[in-house]
Write a protein that binds this ligand. Structure first.
Ligand code: FES
Length: 107
């Protein structure tokens, strides 16, 4: 299992555990976590799975592709250099302890 720490916009921490191979969005939705919607089911078309990745983890993620980069221009909350779409982050053992913060809104 891969542990992920999700911090709400207000600073509350939630720890979730997910199987390797699922996306961060799937793990969050599966855990009933509010704040990540995943409306398109992970098909990289809705932008409702936006997260801010903790600085310590940002460089450890695979680089985003062009499609994710374009979609992030349409997020409801401001895009920052830490922005990623959680449906495009596949959880692997290397990401155990991954920490992300939720944006204030997804719509
Ligand atoms: S779930 Fe729709 S873009 Fe990630």
């Amino acid at each position: 299992m891969v542990a992920v720490i999700v911090i709400s916009p207000e600073g509350a921490e939630t720890r979730i555990a997910a199987a390797e191979g699922v996306s961060l969005m799937q793990a969050a939705v599966g855990a009933g976590l509010a704040g990540i919607v995943g409306e398109c089911g992970g098909n990289a078309i809705c932008c409702t799975c936006h997260v801010y990745v903790n600085d310590a983890w940002l460089a450890r993620l695979p680089p985003m592709d062009e499609n994710e980069d374009e979609l992030l221009e349409g997020t409801a909350s401001d895009r920052t250099p830490a922005s990623r779409l959680s449906c495009q982050i596949k959880l692997t053992a290397d990401l155990d302890g991954l920490t992300v913060t939720l944006p204030p809104r997804q719509y």
